[in-house]
Design a protein around this ligand. Structure first.
Ligand code: ADP
Ligand code: MG
Length: 223
């Protein structure tokens, strides 16, 4: 008996991801990255996220939350439109760098997609130059993003996806007001995805400020 793989290299080997509305190139890239199974938070978050719904998703650290929002924002993105279409807010520079690296790995399946990281503690001038060269995706910390918005270095008119990553940590660090201000500068016709390891009270207040009937997902730790 033969077991031909008639699905061009994806299909069964990509159990889970292949059921999603992702391009064949993206599925092949996921296979190449060794992403053969969706993690539980990806399996729960990706179907509604790819339908364009707002989400509040909670899962512990190391559960694969980055790819969950990265695949959603990439699916909303038009690479031929050279404007910032997605913004990811992270609590620290280190986390912003990690998110940028993961988005670049996932985005390499698509056309040239430019990701720019904007965090505090770095000279503004170089960041302004990067923005002037053009970016599809911006990843950064709320204070510095707000700074660039106030200086009109960053234009969010074409934005269609706003992501809050590690929202609980951003609240711990006192970023509530900056996050709300940034969200108010985004077009209201957009998707907002909030990811967090825990669910402190501030998250619901944050969501009330600027999310649209968010679907709530929580994947509990198995340990
Ligand atoms: P979190 O943000 O939830 O802490 P990350 O997004 O940083 O977790 O992912 C943790 C690790 O798991 C990363 O090294 C990432 O490349 C890997 N990973 C994510 N999704 C998958 C998957 N579906 N299959 C295999 N590895 C994955
Ligand atoms: Mg993370």
């Amino acid at each position: 008996m033969t077991t031909p793989d008639s699905t061009a290299g994806n299909g069964d080997k990509n159990n889970g991801f292949s059921a999603l509305a992702l391009s064949p190139q993206m599925l092949a890239n996921l296979t190449q990255l060794g992403y053969t199974q969706m993690t539980p938070i990806q399996a729960a978050a990706l179907p509604p996220a790819l339908l364009g719904k707002d989400l509040i998703a909670q899962a512990k650290t190391g559960s694969g939350k980055t790819a969950a929002f990265a695949l959603a924002l990439l699916s909303n993105l038009n690479p031929r439109r050279f404007a910032v279409q997605a913004l990811v807010l992270c609590p620290t520079r280190e986390l912003a760098d990690q998110v940028t690296t993961e988005i670049r790995r996932l985005a390499r399946a698509e056309e040239n997609i430019k990701v720019v990281t904007l965090c505090g503690g770095v000279a503004l001038r170089g960041q302004v130059a990067s923005l002037e060269h053009g970016a599809h995706i911006v990843v950064g910390t709320p204070g510095r993003i707000m700074d660039h918005l106030e200086r009109e270095n960053l234009n969010l008119e074409a934005l269609n996806t706003l992501v809050l990553d590690e929202a609980d940590r951003m609240l711990d660090m006192g970023f509530f007001d900056d996050i709300v201000k940034v969200a108010r500068q985004c077009p209201s016709a957009r998707q907002t995805l909030l990811f967090s390891a825990t669910y402190p009270e501030g998250i619901a207040r944050l969501a009330q400020q600027f999310m649209k009937s968010p679907e709530q997902i929580a994947v509990q730790s198995q340990h």
